[in-house]
Design a binder for this molecule. Sequence first.
Ligand code: ADP
Length: 480
Amino acid sequence: MKILIATPEATPYVKTGGLADVTGALLKEYTRMNHQPSLMLPLYRQIREHFNLTDTGHRVIIPIGNQRMAGRIFSHGPFAYFLECDGFFDRGDLYGTPDGDYPDNAARFIFFARAVLEACIALRLEPDVIHCNDWQTGLVPLYMRTLYHNDLFRRTATLITIHNLGYQGLFDASSLLLTGLPAEWFNPEGIEFYGRVNFLKAGLIASDVITTVSNTYAQEILTPEYGYGLDGFLRTRASVVHGIINGIDTDEWDPLRDTFIPATYSAGSLSGKRACKKDLMKECSLSAHDRNIPLLSFVGRLSAQKGLDIFTEAADDIIAAGIHVIILGKGDEEIQNTILSLARKHRAKIFVKIGYDEAFAHRVYAGSDLFIMPSRYEPCGLGQLIAMRYGTIPVARRTGGLEDTIADYKPLRESGTGFLFDDYKALSLKEALGRALCVYVDAQRWSRIISRAMAQDFSWKRSAEEYITLYADTIQKRKG
Ligand code: ADP
């Protein structure tokens, strides 16, 4: 099967969140399964700086309103293509600076969406299916069914994955002119959304199939609470909405072979994990008078979605309970300042590192006892999967993918891989942590929960097979 993955991010090239892990891992899995996948990304500055790319000799010229933007098509290895337009992508960041989004994001991702199709034509890729990801690629399916309908794409199936419905790509009505789409698309049945243009909605309208990254989230986006205004529209397409859970790259995240951590370990022999904890506490200058002190961590984007406000509210009690905390994250400045002031207040008990640090993340996952994800909503979540693989027990809110991947601990049945709570409240988080501590103090029970967590299979194999089945059905329907 010829599969084209159009995406704004993919590991190892460029990553700001879980979406990059998903697209990078799918490319690897499909290759292993002997399909013919390819990947298309914008050529951001950081990709050019870190990878030795080859100029394919092909160019694309894309109309953006009255302008014409040109760029070359680069490749890396046999599968990855990068669409150049330095005016749009040769910048310090992907989508914006801490002060806000780039003002020309509409034009940037109009360019990218059309360039994906132009590049397919130029490179004669003729994919059976184009798999789009998030709002940055939302226009691709709509272009395929409108401006490019007479081209090669009539029989090409499309699938769009919603990695996070909280980000929809909303732009002023005037950006419709930049898209080149007829004005009639600007209505509530089209890509209008409360007076603005919605790029994700374009993809949801025009794709053959819509997927999201867990079964629970696939249900939640049909409700007003998590539908972010698109639930009504999504309900009209409910029959083509599917949930496919994300996996993790189990080669990259493997406590037995991880080169970032000071000592490797497995479920059968946890002395390496204890060494990782000791090392981590030292690295973070946490008071280590008692090595049995439970160490709790958070790794993730500092955004309101991730629930750090209820953690902040609970922090004094968490510290009073004798827990030490490590937070690694980057994002919202206000959240950053709040947790930095917590770290100042609880010196040697809370350590905060602001920034994106892959190597440190590995050491945190390996060296911690507990991992919190108090998310307001969580489409899938990768942090809890990585944590479990490293024997670090998640304490998480029962929502989206967290609910689908963490089994709540049941003392009488001696089952479960983590601790879940329902209400988005500091008190509920504290109660779940309290339950976790009751087990933590019992070394035997704790080692059994670690074994169960580490025995879970979060590899991509099964999910990649589910995508392939869905592609095959969709291709067959489209080819009639
Ligand atoms: P989201 O996609 O909403 O950001 P996920 O839990 O799905 O959240 O994926 C986040 C991924 O990014 C995980 O692999 C996590 O380890 C990684 N990550 C997030 N923030 C950081 C950071 N500051 N430093 C290193 N890795 C990070």
